[in-house]
Design a protein around this ligand. Structure first.
Ligand SMILES: Cc1cc2nc3c(=O)[nH]c(=O)nc-3n(C[C@H](O)[C@H](O)[C@H](O)COP(=O)(O)O)c2cc1C
Length: 187
């Protein structure tokens, strides 16, 4: 099996991390992999905000919890509201993947392609990752936006389509769940 196939099959969502930070150079590789993903009409609207400071990542969790509590009907109210919830599962690096939606009609799949590239790049470096989806649900909250823009230099007007935690796994990488998707072939 070639190395790319091996990495695809070995990538798994990791939800328990060591505190040890990823070297900055490897983090740059992960970001670069994201920015090299395909985008509709090559509009390249993807922006990645990298947060590597524990206090700031903890603030993201707190601000998210506060924003969810302010909203009625947020689908993650119970999940995010629980005492154990954090946006990063204890991982030392957190990335927010957003896009300038005024430039394209394919921002969501563009960001998804970026994220999968990032996960695969991370796995190739023995770094674990996990998609974290809740931030997009509070993107329209004025207080949360103010926090993002002031503290994380998040680009005003961008929409969050996914986030991810990155770090070295605590213990082994999880095993792949059984595959349920299929394919049909016509030759
Ligand atoms: C769009 C999307 C959103 C996800 N959101 C979350 C999330 O918020 N929290 C989480 O722990 N995992 C999240 N995941 C990870 C999935 O739970 C995970 O990919 C799935 O259970 C399969 O496991 P694997 O990644 O190890 O193959 C998300 C994955 C995708 C593709």
């Amino acid at each position: 099996m070639n190395e790319v196939m091996q990495t695809i099959k070995q990538r798994r969502s990791v939800r328990k991390y060591q505190a040890r930070q990823i070297p900055q150079e490897e983090c740059r590789n992960i970001v670069e992999a994201g920015l090299y993903g395909p985008t509709g009409m090559n509009r390249q609207p993807v922006h990645i905000t990298v947060v590597r400071n524990k206090e700031l990542i903890d603030r993201v969790t707190l601000e998210l919890k506060a924003a969810v509590a302010r909203m009625s009907g947020n689908p993650y109210k119970d999940y995010v509201g629980s005492g154990t919830y954090s946006v990063n599962f204890g991982a030392p690096t957190f990335m927010i993947v957003s896009a300038d939606v005024s430039r394209t009609g394919t921002a969501e799949p563009d960001c998804a392609c970026a994220l999968e590239n990032m996960f695969l790049a991370a796995r190739s470096l023995e770094i674990g990752s996990c998609w974290v989806h809740q931030l997009g649900s509070v993107g329209g909250d004025a207080g949360f936006q103010a926090f993002l823009q002031k503290e994380l230099a998040f680009p005003a007007g961008n929409v969050i389509f996914g986030c991810a935690a990155f770090g070295y796994p605590e213990g082994d990488f999880p095993k792949a769940p059984p595959r349920r998707g299929g394919s049909n072939w016509v030759e």
